[in-house]
Design a protein around this ligand. Structure first.
Ligand code: XMP
Length: 317
């Protein structure tokens, strides 16, 4: 029967045989799947694995620097690419959620294709695809799905013509985490909540500006750090904050103010297909709300989302 030790042993041996001295390029997202796939491939082919981690300007606060640092400590050959401005330019003026997703997908492809071209003689595209991604017939997730839906016209980018290697494509999520543990990947990476590819862009309702991203990053960091310090993070499947496109009235001294509203969302789930809102302690929610309102300029109201999926989705758009 299946053990992560034997999986690692046979997979590394198979990858060595299959890849030989070939070069592989892989896009890291900071998430569990791409991280485990990278470390596994690195075991097999070492420096011939070229990882690319793109800062799309839509990540959590300080996430790019922190995750890049963990990848370096894992010994990965990883290039961090700051493309924040390109993504903001591509998103400028777009409010429709699907147009935002498309702009992000296309910009990612352009950046990744450029970076892949810089690796001389690269022969393979590595991907962190897991079994549920394989069987999910209509998937909105992951770079490859995005690529497929946006490059039906005009031909594929060059990196899509590479041979594909997907060492995790027979595994479920819990098995991926076990494999990651066997490989010595730190819990701070393996235990991370899922985070959507388009990142904070689909948690800022309406159009995206760097100023809005900055506000949401601050709010989100207070919420997530609070969950961690209260020991609640591991009980939650996914959590985050949403910046609403409305201003609500508040009072400051004798003045009425109109400032922004944020919603907090935390859900429990097994696979993201259905989800329940988390019954977080009132004291905790009160504390987080105070901290957000006191520390984040421009926000005067915090609400908590108490809807379950279905019919509400986990994200707001
Ligand atoms: P929903 O909002 O559909 O989300 O209940 C289910 C899971 O999918 C994630 N999600 C996305 N992931 N690209 C992604 O990579 C997307 O466009 C996208 N939309 C939603 C969501 O965060 C949750 O984990």
């Amino acid at each position: 029967d299946w053990t992560s030790d034997s999986f690692v042993e046979t997979t590394v041996a198979n990858l060595k045989e299959k890849l030989g001295q070939d070069k592989v390029v892989l896009g890291l997202s900071g998430g569990v799947d791409s991280s485990v796939a990278a470390v596994l491939l690195h075991r097999a082919i070492g420096k011939n694995l070229y990882c690319i981690f793109v800062d799309n300007g839509l990540l959590r606060k300080d996430e790019f620097e922190q995750v890049l640092e963990s990848y370096h400590s894992l010994g990965l050959n990883v290039k961090g690419v700051d493309s924040k401005q390109r993504f903001y330019d591509a998103l400028a003026g777009l409010s429709d959620p699907e147009l935002k997703r498309k702009a992000i997908g296309k910009t990612f492809i352009d950046v990744f294709d450029h970076e892949a071209h810089a690796i001389e003689g690269v022969a393979w595209l590595g991907q962190g695809t897991i079994y549920p991604d394989v069987i999910e017939s209509v998937s909105v997730k992951g770079p490859s799905a995005t690529i497929k839906s946006h490059h039906n016209v005009g031909g594929l980018p060059d990196f899509m013509k590479l041979k594909v290697v997907e060492p995790l494509n027979t595994l479920f999520k819990d098995e991926v985490r076990k494999v990651g543990k066997t490989l010595g990947i730190p819990q701070e990476i393996l235990g991370r909540h899922p985070f959507p590819g388009p990142g904070l862009a689909i948690r800022i309702l309406g159009d995206i500006t760097p100023e809005k991203v900055d506000i949401l990053q601050k709010v989100d960091a207070i919420f997530i750090n609070g969950l961690k310090s209260e020991g609640l993070y591991d009980q939650v499947w996914q959590a985050g904050a949403i910046l609403l496109p409305i201003h609500s009235v508040g009072v400051m001294g004798d003045e009425r103010t109109y400032e922004q509203v944020v919603a907090l969302r935390a859900v429990s789930s097994l696979d993201g297909m259905t989800a329940d809102w988390c019954h977080l302690p009132y004291e905790f929610l009160g504390k987080i709300s105070n901290e957000i309102i006191n520390k984040v300029k421009g926000v005067n109201r915090v609400v908590y989302d108490i809807s379950s999926k279905p019919p509400a989705t986990i994200e707001w758009e």
